[in-house]
Design a protein around this ligand. Structure first.
Ligand code: MTE
Ligand code: MO
Length: 383
């Protein structure tokens, strides 16, 4: 079958769909280190993993509304200045399974681990675009190009056998500060096949769907990409919209992800001994907005305590500080006394004071994306 040449994967991964392969690590494995090991990094695919074996011949073409289209080979990308950017990638479908419990949604089910933090190594897209004559900080090319479309090698059935694709605004693509990468490394190793070998785009602070893997070409276009995953998926609809009254063109494709956090040291339901327990998890916001605070409650949200936050163990995290990784998650931790059975709740606040919504009902949407409701787990004190 078309899935007969999939790469090997770590046995700890929880498989949510086998073909295409969609899997996430168990909660405790996810927070075992700040930089997520490649093996434990969630894998989100819409088709079979393509095979690229001739690196000499592999190239990406850059075409569209530009004067001098070009074909770039690996050596052209390697020759550009290399950047290492710590960035958290999160699938918009993270925590979908929990949203589906309120009212059924359509899509692959995910627990809280469709997210990971890696150090991506590669060239800045802004430098790549300069090779075809587009200067830094351009929002429109002389011929009217306003968006940068990434087209991949992989084929998926949603595109009717066409390629997975997405776009971002040209202004973001040509802004070096946005740190958009054409990446060839993940955690210091060449990208593996699951994560986009040989080249993928990484758009920090934006839902994972825009970080196109297995890059084939880049097109400068006037309107945003018209592909399935931009126009018919990954849009946030209000709770009133159902499959009968949906009007896809009424909403924008989702770009930045909202503020999010999840407890990973506990499962949905836990039996614990009376006494102290450690509550640990991750918090992250989109658009490079750092995490201002993580609040925890052990009485279902009536009273709250603040958790400590860090990126590097032992170093307190300060949002918006030069020493912090701007695009990366923070871990939070607190030791709390659990006198009796309780609902433990976590919510994060970002530096723009955005707060996670209390209930999933208010943000329920038919595609089940962006479940950022307060994360709740149950502890039952037993012996
Ligand atoms: N790129 C291609 N070519 N094909 C895909 O199916 N999935 C997207 C994105 N890029 C996808 C893709 C989605 S929805 C997400 S969340 C991320 O890749 C997942 O990246 P990962 O598998 O490296 O974690
Ligand atoms: Mo995704």
């Amino acid at each position: 079958s078309e899935y007969s040449q999939e790469p090997p994967r770590h046995p700890c991964l929880k498989i949510n769909s086998k073909e295409p392969f969609n899997a996430e690590p168990p909660r405790p494995a996810l927070i075992s280190s700040y930089v997520t090991p490649v093996d434990f990094f969630y894998k989100r695919n819409h088709g079979p993993i393509p095979i690229v074996d001739d690196m000499e011949r592999y190239s990406i073409s850059i075409t569209g509304l530009i004067d001098n289209p070009k074909q770039l080979f690996m050596k052209d990308i390697w020759n550009l200045p290399k950047y290492n950017v710590a960035a958290t990638l999160q699938c918009a479908g993270n925590r979908r399974t929990a949203m589906s419990k309120t009212r059924t949604v359509k899509g692959v089910g995910w627990d809280v681990a469709a997210i990971g933090n890696a150090v991506w190594g590669g060239a800045k897209l802004a430098d790549v675009l300069e090779l075809v004559g587009i200067p830094k900080l351009t929002s429109v090319t002389p011929s009217g190009g306003k968006h940068v479309e990434f087209v991949s090698i992989d084929k998926c059935k949603e595109e009717n056998g066409g390629s997975y694709k997405a776009s971002i605004p040209l202004s973001q693509a040509t802004n070096p500060v946005a740190d958009v990468l054409v990446a060839y490394e993940m955690n210091g190793e060449p990208l593996n096949r699951d994560h986009g070998y040989p080249l993928r785009v990484v758009v920090p602070g934006v839902i994972g769907a825009r970080s196109v893997k297995w890059l084939d070409s880049i097109t400068i276009i006037t309107e945003e990409c018209q592909g399935f995953f931009m126009q018919r998926d990954y849009k946030m609809f209000p709770p009133s919209v159902n499959w009968e009254n949906i009007n896809w063109s009424s909403r924008r494709p989702q770009m930045d992800f909202p503020v999010q956090c999840a407890i990973c040291s506990l499962e949905d339901v836990n039996i614990v001994n009376p006494g102290k327990i450690t509550i640990k998890g991750y918090a992250v916001s989109g658009g490079g907005r750092g995490i201002e605070r993580v609040d925890l409650s052990i009485d279902g949200g009536k009273t709250w305590v603040e958790a400590t936050r860090y990126q590097k163990a032992g170093v307190p995290y300060i949002a918006d500080d030069m020493s912090s990784d701007k695009w990366a998650w923070v871990f939070f931790e607190a030791n709390v006394d659990i006198p009796k059975s309780a609902e433990i709740v976590a919510k994060a606040v970002d530096i723009a004071a955005n707060v996670q919504p209390e209930n999933v009902e208010s943000i329920w949407n038919l595609r089940g994306i962006l479940n950022t409701s307060w994360h709740r787990v149950e502890v039952r004190v037993g012996r």
